[in-house]
Write a protein that binds this ligand. Sequence first.
Ligand code: SAM
Ligand code: SF4
Length: 356
Amino acid sequence: MYGQAVVQSHTVSVECHKEKLRDDSILPFSAFLTDNFGRRHSYLRISLTEKCNLRCQYCMPDEGVKLTPRSQLLSTAEVLTLARLFVREGVEKIRLTGGEPLIKPDVLDVIKELKKLEGLKTIAVTTNGMNLARLLPKLKDAGLDLINISLDSLVPAKFEFIVRRKGFHKVMEGIEKAIEMGFNPVKVNCVVMRGLNEDELLDFVALTEKKPLDVRFIEYMPFDGNKWNFRKMVSYQEMLDLIRQQWPDLERLETGGTTAKTFKVPGFKGQMGFITSMSEHFCGSCNRLRITADGNLKVCLFGNSEVSLRDVLRSGASDEELLQIIGAAVGNKKKQHAGMFNISKMKNRPMIHIGG
Ligand SMILES: C[S@@+](CC[C@H](N)C(=O)[O-])C[C@H]1O[C@@H](n2cnc3c(N)ncnc32)[C@H](O)[C@@H]1O
Ligand code: SF4
C-alpha cells in the first residue's frame, strides 16, 4: 500500500530518514510524505490552471503574468496520475485551485475521477465564485465535498476595484446557492488589507449572524508582483481586537484544524477563522503540499524550492522513482518559513502561478 521499494537515493540524509521509517514494524504514514520533522502531508493542493477571469490586486501583478505554454502544463491525465499516487501514499484531502479552477473545461471530469480514489476523503475547491452558481449542481453531482469562495468586499464598487473586474453579484449568488444546496460549511476567504477592506471586518462578521458561513480572514501575504508591505497587512491580533470591541463575548472554538484560529459570536449561525500565516505561522502543523499547473511540487507556499514532477513523469519514470523524488523534496522541507520580512524580499512566484 505505501511505497516500499528502495531506489537510488537523491539525498543521503533524507534517504537515511526514510530507511529508518521503513524499518519500523508499523508504518503509520507514508515515509515519502513525512518530512524530517515528522509532519505527515495528507493534504494536497493542485492548481488546475494559471488562467483567471479576475485580476485581484493581491494575487495578480499589475502587468499580468506570462502564461506557461500549454504543452508545459500538466495534462488532465497527468494530474490524475499524480493524484492517484499521492492518495495511494496517504493523501486524504485534495483541493483544486488555480488560477480559477472553475474555468478549466474538464473540472467536473477531474472531480469525478478523483471521487473514485479509495482513501481520498475530501475533494475541495477554492474559487472566486464567478461561475459558481451555474456549476454548483454539477459540481455536487460530480462529488465535490467542500467549497471556499473568495470575497474581499461587500461593497460592489470596492469589490470591483480589488479584483479589477465586475462580478460582485455573481459571487454573492454563488455563495447563496452553495448555502441553499447544503454545502456545509461554506467558507468565504477574505484577504484583509489596510486601506482597502479592513473597515468591512465587522460587516463580514455580521454576515455570520443569519448565514451558516465560515468567514476566513486571511492575513495579506507577500508574493512576487503584489506590492506587499508590512503597513498594508492587518494582523490577526488587530482584527481580533476590533471584532471584540463589537462582540466582547466572542468565543474561541477548538476545531482541531491545523490552520485557522476559529471563533464564533454566541448565537450566530456561522463562525469565523483567521489564517495567520504572517503574524503567527502554523508551520509546525503544516500538512500541505502543492502541485503547480506546470507540474512543480512545492512543499512550502513561501519557499522557492520546487521540483518538476512533470519532467519526471514525462521521462517515463516508474511510480517508485517518482516517489523517491517526492520523498526527497518533502524530506527537505524547512521547519518553518523565513518570516514575513524575509519572505517579502525572496524570489517566489506570483500567487496566481502557485495556487493558494
Ligand atoms: C490564488 S486563489 C485561487 C483560487 C480562486 N481563483 C480564488 O480566488 O479563490 C486562492 C486563494 O488565495 C488567496 N490569496 C491570493 N493572494 C493572496 C495574498 N497575497 N495573500 C493572502 N491570500 C491570497 C485568495 O484570496 C484565494 O482565497
Ligand atoms: S485570487 Fe483567485 S480570483 Fe483573484 S486573481 Fe488570483 S486566482 Fe484569480
